[in-house]
Design a protein around this ligand. Sequence first.
Ligand SMILES: [Zn+2]
Length: 166
Amino acid sequence: MNAIVSAFRPSSGLLTAKRTAAELSEPYSTPPIPLFEIAAEQGASIIFADFGQHSSVVAGFCDFENAKIYVNNDDIWPRKMFTAAHELGHWVLHRRLFEEDPQKYAVLPRHQVGKVNSLEQEANAFAAELLVPRKLLEPVKHAGAVQLASIFGVSRQMMEIRLKNV
Ligand SMILES: [Zn+2]
């Protein structure tokens, strides 16, 4: 029975990712969402670091063993926040999976080329909902994307995408 149910189970990963992020941002009523605080509550710390020779290609990664999220310090603030939120998504949603099978984990590149897999999509959806919670965006969605991006501490590009989905 269980095998049949799971075989026909629709992909609920994205929904779970969004719901989990919404729960974590629930206590906050004004942007920006305190990412460092939320990460700490989840047992992980966010560290801005110099990536040296990898700086031009890697935006960030999670050290699951030591509960540390490393973010490329060369990036601008909104990008750092996205990277941190994306990796926090992996930490919260996929930690066990990656611990069991480290091959499934991939560092976040600075420039994404081509399609991303479902785990990356889930981390992206988690980051979007965490940094720009639907609940907080809904009442102010008619303000301009530039102003909203600044208020929520995210990139204009991310805010424009978010506004299309609210
Ligand atoms: Zn990722």
